[in-house]
Design a protein around this ligand. Structure first.
Ligand SMILES: Cc1cc2nc3c(=O)[nH]c(=O)nc-3n(C[C@H](O)[C@H](O)[C@H](O)COP(=O)(O)OP(=O)(O)OC[C@H]3O[C@@H](n4cnc5c(N)ncnc54)[C@H](O)[C@@H]3O)c2cc1C
Length: 543
């Protein structure tokens, strides 16, 4: 028997998971499982910062209004208000834990937090720790988690499926724990818990080019889907317009703050082009900028465009963008004297597991927090720096709910061990490697920044085929890390394609040449997919 029991199982240790664990540890025993090292995840790489109203000239109303505008009619206004309202206290909580946000001296001589401005925001409202906000946040919180007696950390542990009452034929639609693959011991363990939280982040790895780290394979979305939860708005994938173009940079991101400080986008011949696409120029929302770059690159057959910030002094750049400056320099690009070659890459998954204000999913005792979730905050397009805010605010809300529900959840018992009696070791690892590549390639080519119905249908045929192959493989062979992730990626791909096919309009991040305008004949609708419409063998049977 290899069974763990804690009150709460948190799957994922980014901003969402680790902050939630810290908020529960005074009362509960919490297990945090993380498939890589504790700090692996998108949070570590966040550069820009966290949007929050701190400037007296700014207002909560303005933050709400900007978020609603970016979301192109699909934000849930109540969720936006809830998130924005809880922003300042979330930042106070981080400051109390020791996150060292950048300060500046004000004209009256006092010290305050420096706020930067990013696309879509009408005010300076992004608090940051130089250009490595996520690094400061993740490391500070992870450090604290390591010292807390009530938090048990399991690194290199990959959750592969949720254990639910209904799957075991028990009464009540409740989550009881998860099967977790220990990547070091190559063994699947049972983690039992009264409450389970998915904080597994996004799914950027479903695309060939992404700013996301390797762990971003949409595992939480796929696990929740298989467990019967609804998933919404998966067609809205944000492509970050500016990743460094360099064969070894692995999509190193050049923060939007560089454009916020006046960085200009140029064609390879040095001509500016953004004004042609949007009067806001370089500060237009990300989708507009990414589409403009995609358009110009395709028109010219160019592999990249340039981002030019040479009007700032080297001292300014080193002080404001120390991380970007150093990384670019290491790749042979001096941003003080040269324009930086940049390309777009998949960056943020706006859709996810449907939750309410408390992070609750459709399944009792299962919560989803952070990028894995769909709370209604982002609508059809995430405004820059609203995502870390969402992680923190909803982690707090979910923690509060779990504390209130404390007595409700019984300790699960009698959960079956992982059954390996009918599988053997794979003799054809090449199938997994091949399908990983094929999936990410066709998602990039057919389900990327600019879509058409024909391309989506082409992608769907391929995804259906891969689903069958992978499920067959999964049924016959012992699980491995790559197989578990691939199985999840293909589910996520299917969800994105299906959602994109269902949206017969262009809105926010979803742009299709077949329906290039928003459908104004009816109120904007979320694309909500329900697992009942998805057969066991993987075929879509319609909504
Ligand atoms: C390069 C980059 C820059 C960004 N900049 C900003 C910014 O400036 N401001 C902003 O607001 N947002 C930014 N974002 C987005 C933001 O960083 C993410 O949305 C946010 O960090 C997500 O946090 P999370 O806790 O939900 O997930 P993550 O931080 O991605 O953490 C996910 C965790 O889940 C674990 N995990 C995943 N699957 C499993 C599994 N099956 N089993 C066990 N563990 C699992 C991972 O190992 C990891 O610990 C940026 C994103 C990137 C990639």
């Amino acid at each position: 028997m290899d069974q763990q029991y804690q009150d709460v199982l948190v799957i994922g240790s980014g901003a969402a998971g680790i902050s939630l664990a810290l908020r529960l540890a005074h009362r509960f025993k919490v297990a945090v499982v993380s498939k890589g090292a504790l700090t692996d995840g998108s949070t570590l790489w966040a550069q820009g910062g966290i949007s929050v109203v701190l400037d007296p000239e700014d207002s909560l109303e303005a933050h709400v209004a900007d978020t609603l505008t970016a979301g192109a009619g699909l934000c849930d206004e109540e969720t936006v208000r809830f998130t924005v309202r809880h922003g300042p206290s979330a930042i106070d909580w981080l400051i109390e834990r020791g996150v060292a946000f950048t300060r500046e001296r004000r004209p009256d001589g006092t010290l305050g937090y420096h706020l930067t401005r990013e696309g879509g925001h009408t005010h300076r409202r992004v608090i940051h720790a130089a250009d490595a906000t996520g690094y400061a946040l993740e490391n500070t919180l992870a450090e604290e988690a390591r010292t807390r007696e009530n938090i048990a950390l399991f690194e290199s542990h990959l959750a592969l499926d949720l254990i639910t009452a209904s799957k075991l034929g028990l009464s009540g639609n409740r989550c009881l724990g998860a099967y977790v693959y220990d990547r070091t011991a190559h063994r699947v363990k049972v983690f039992k818990a009264r409450f389970v939280v998915l904080a597994t982040g996004g799914a950027g790895k479903v695309y060939l080019y992404t700013s996301n780290p390797d762990v971003a394979t949409g595992d939480g979305i796929a696990m929740a889907w298989r467990a019967g939860c609804r998933v919404a708005n998966m067609e809205f994938v944000q492509f970050h317009p500016t990743c460094l173009y360099h064969p070894e940079a692995k999509s190193f991101l050049i923060s939007e703050a560089v454009r916020g400080e006046g960085g200009r986008l140029l064609l390879p011949d040095g001509a500016p082009f953004m004004q042609k696409f949007d009067p806001r120029g370089e500060l237009a929302p990300r989708d507009v900028v990414a589409r403009a770059i995609d358009h110009e690159m395709k028109r010219l057959g160019s592999e990249y465009v340039y981002l030019d910030i040479r009007h700032k002094t080297p001292d300014f750049l080193k002080q404001h963008f120390p991380n970007i400056y150093a990384r670019c320099k290491a790749f042979g690009v001096d941003m003080a004297t040269q324009p930086m070659p940049v390309v777009p890459a998949a960056h943020y998954t706006c859709g996810g597991v449907v939750t309410d204000f408390r992070g609750r999913t459709d399944l009792r005792a299962l919560y989803a927090v952070g990028e894995v979730s769909h709370t209604g905050l982002h609508g059809a397009n995430r405004m820059a720096s609203n995502s870390l805010l969402e992680c923190l605010v909803f982690a707090e809300a979910a923690a509060r709910d779990i504390l209130e529900e404390a007595e409700a959840g019984p300790e699960p018992s009698g959960l079956p061990e992982w059954d390996e009696s009918r599988v053997t070791d794979s003799d054809e690892e090449v199938v997994v490697a091949h399908n990983w590549h094929e999936l990410r390639r066709f998602m990039w080519d057919y389900v990327g920044i600019v879509r058409t119905t024909k391309r989506l249908q082409r992608a769907k045929r391929r995804a259906d085929l891969l689903t069958h192959e992978i499920e067959e493989y999964y049924g016959n062979f012992r699980v491995t890390n790559d197989l578990i992730e691939l199985r999840n990626l293909v589910v996520v791909a299917e969800l994105i394609i299906q959602s994109a096919l269902e949206r017969k309009e262009s809105r926010g991040l979803h742009y299709t040449r077949d329906y290039p305008e928003p459908d104004d004949s009816r109120p904007p609708q979320n694309t909500v997919l329900t697992p009942g419409n998805y057969r066991e063998d993987g075929d879509w049977v319609g909504t």
